[in-house]
Every structure is written in structure tokens, then in C-alpha cells.
Design a protein around this ligand. Sequence first.
Ligand code: AMP
Length: 270
Amino acid sequence: MGAGVLVPTMGALHAGHESLIARARAVADERRSPVVVTVFVNPTQFNESADFERYPRTLDADTAIAERGGADAVYAPDVREVYPDGPAEWAGELPRVATAPGLEDRHRPGHFAGVCQVVSRLFELAAPQAAVFGEKDWQQLQVVRAMAGAQHRVEVLSAPTVRDKDGLALSSRNRFLSDEERAEALAIPRALGALSPADNAPVLERMLRRGLLGAAIEVEYAVVRDAETLEAPRRGRPRRALVAARVGMVRLIDNQDVGVWEEPTDQAGA
Ligand code: AMP
């Protein structure tokens, strides 16, 4: 049995991370266990070396934010500690759930192997009872939950996406957006926020794409899927709308709950 509640991050902490830490704190208080925030920019989950190189590293500020959020410790290992034999390809097995629906898995090949590798390793090193992940990275949350269930005795908890006042989901990469790019990026939360749970998936996808049309962004996907498997939505199950787009040199992802797909009652017997 492990101890403590873990909040894995890559640093450059913002209010989104702070909310995960606060959630971890609340859970840890009930269990009288510590909260540990990990800060590790994991080389094996990056697809582009330029993205890895320029990823912001701000450990002093991160430590202050972690403390403010209620963490008991910040664990910022170096690469040798996490990967004593070097950051080689992961030898583990990906879970079946949510790893091949053609979303992040398609646009960032190898990304989830890197995520599962580092999360497994951090679970080994810190031996937590539970770990908190953000809904902002929705597919990652489903993959990690499936992996933790199958391969570790670690409970995966989640916390909602924290947004800036203008609606943009907080992300460590937002700092690379120019003012003009940021204005274009706002099409993403606007299009997601306009969706109604009363509509069926094809209607939602049309509305979503229409909402993104005209913005100076390159949409990689804009879809409505089963919230857990991320395959096609199924009747009676929760659905999620998910978007990935490039804005200038920044890749942004966001998602939104769009309710359960219910049988339309007004068409019964039609
Ligand atoms: P990262 O440091 O970006 O790898 O993210 C570490 C954790 O913070 C992940 O579980 C993310 O889903 C979560 N996270 C990132 N941005 C946000 C946000 N805006 N709101 C809530 N959680 C977030």
C-alpha cells in the first residue's frame, strides 16, 4: 500500500495545476496523508525536440505555487533518477482503453507510451495512494486511469479545467501565443462552450467545426466521442467534445462535457 497523493506535472505551474494540488490536499487531509507535487519535463513524451527544448523550466516559482496550493513536498528528479538506463523506449504495455481512437494518439505518435512510462515510473518512485490529473488533457486522463487500474493500485482522481477570464484553458504553452494568436485561439473555447447537450453527435460536430471556421487556426480534430473510450458515442453514455488545433507554433487542446446521448423521446414510435 502506498502513501500520499501525487500531482504529476511538467512544471511551469499555473492556476490549473494549483487547483489539482488543492484537490489533492482535500483528499489527503481526509486520509491524513501528504501531498507530493512532481516536476519533471519528461523527454519521452515529446514528439518535437524543439517543443521539449523550449518547454518552460521555472522550478523556484513552481515550488512557491505548490506550497501555496497546499503541497507538502515538491519532487523534481533529474533524468538519471527517473531513467537510470537513459530515456529509452517504454517496454511496458499500453492499456486498451482510449489509446487508439485517432486523436492525440494519431497526431502525437508515441506520446501516450511516454506518458504511461513516466507515470508508471513516478508511481514506482513515490508509491502514492492516489494521483490527481486534469480534465484539460482528457484523453490522457482516460489512458492514465485505465493504466493505473490495470497495472498499479493507484486511484486516479481528476479536476476540472481552469480557464483564463477570456475562456482560454490555462496551459504552460499559452505564453508562446502573441496577442493576435491568442485572439484567434479563443474560437476554441467559444465553439466548445456553444454546444448543447440536447443535440446528437453529428449536429454537435457540425456546430463545432462551424464555430472554428474562419479563425486563423489549423484544426487537427474537432469531434464528439464517448467520454471514456473516445470511440464513437454510444447511446446512454457520457460524451465529450474534443479539439486540437495549431495556432502559430503552439498546439492547443481543449474539451467539453456534452452530456449523455439520450434517446429522443419526441420521436418514439415515429
Ligand atoms: P502538465 O504540466 O501540462 O503536463 O500538466 C500536469 C497536470 O495538470 C495534468 O494532469 C494536466 O491535465 C493538468 N492541467 C494542465 N492544465 C490545466 C488546466 N488548465 N486546468 C486543470 N488542469 C490542468
